[in-house]
Unconditional design. Structure first.
Length: 303
């Protein structure tokens, strides 16, 4: 029945049954964490709760032997992934399960401003970058989640069946997508989606995983011709910061971008408290005071 909160952590180079992090409770919140180079059935992060949230985090270089290489999120109620990067994870997939970078099982789902790129699944498997498996809750999901995937980049994931799949007919809005698989029985509809993203395009549109400010590494958006720049929901009214948190605005130039990184958002500079400028009258008074102080010191010295 516990509430579990994990924040401001780096968990790397571990090998265990569940991989890097396993969090279980009635409510699980994961914020500003880096899961790097962990190995297990789920490589980076595994959660189990009534509600689960994963925000402002990076999962990279993790290897999953089953389920998911970056994250496996199970929630009896709702699961939210926001401002999060899953990049360069590997799914070996030697068990007969779904092999994906991110796998989510929940009644209600929201994936908002995620960057899921360059993950690798086992060749000729059903591996996917993002897989939504709702068991028997597809009807509930369709009623509860109007558009569970929004403002995200899911592209250049190789070795499996594609970038995105679901076992329900879902609606996703304003996403940059690569290969959309129908092997799971569902399809992705919606508005504002760009579904022709290729690895060659992404090489020009997305920088390497790097320290671009904030507590976690991100992929910077490059090139003004990038479909992701100003490609997000024009009426977006969600989180006010991108994955880097702090002062990195979520909406720049009047419209949000796709993915975890906002192009053109800059960290506010930190300056020392300015010294007020003195006018002519104040300067004259200061000069007179200093002169008087000098005279008093000279008289004291004469004594």
């Amino acid at each position: 029945a516990a509430t579990v909160t994990l924040s401001n952590l780096v968990v790397k180079n571990n090998s265990s049954y569940t991989g890097g992090i396993f969090a279980k409770g009635s409510s699980v919140s994961v914020d500003r964490i880096t899961a790097l180079n962990n190995v297990g059935r789920i490589g980076g992060l595994s959660t189990n709760g009534q509600t689960v949230t994963l925000r402002n985090s990076t999962l990279s270089g993790n290897t999953g032997n089953s389920f998911a290489s970056a994250a496996f999120l199970h929630a009896a109620g709702s699961a939210t992934v926001q401002n999060t990067t899953a990049s360069g994870n590997n799914a070996l997939g030697f068990l007969s399960n779904v092999y994906a970078a991110v796998q989510i099982e929940a009644g209600e789902v929201l994936v908002d401003h995620a960057t899921v790129v360059r993950n690798t699944g086992r060749p000729n498997s059903v591996g996917l970058a993002i897989y939504f498996g709702y068991e028997e809750r597809a009807a509930q999901l369709m009623a509860a989640s109007a558009a569970p995937v929004r403002n995200s980049i899911v592209c250049d994931n190789t070795g499996g069946a594609g970038d995105f799949a679901s076992d329900a007919n879902l609606v996703g809005d304003y996403n940059l997508l690569g290969v959309i698989s129908t092997t799971a029985g569902g399809y992705l509809g919606g508005t504002g989606n760009v579904s022709d993203c290729t690895g060659a395009q992404l090489a020009n549109w997305l920088g390497p995983l790097a320290n671009n400010g904030g507590p976690t590494q991100t992929h910077a958006l490059l090139d003004a011709s990038n479909h992701a720049i100003n490609g997000g929901d024009p009426e977006y009214a969600g989180a006010t910061r991108d994955q880097r948190t702090g002062t990195f605005q979520r909406v720049v130039a009047g419209r949000t971008d796709m993915g975890a990184f906002e192009f053109g958002a800059a960290e506010a500079p930190i300056y020392p408290t300015p010294v007020p400028a003195l006018g002519p009258v104040a300067l004259g008074a200061l000069s007179a005071a200093l002169a008087a102080l000098g005279m008093r010191r000279r008289r004291a010295g004469d004594k």
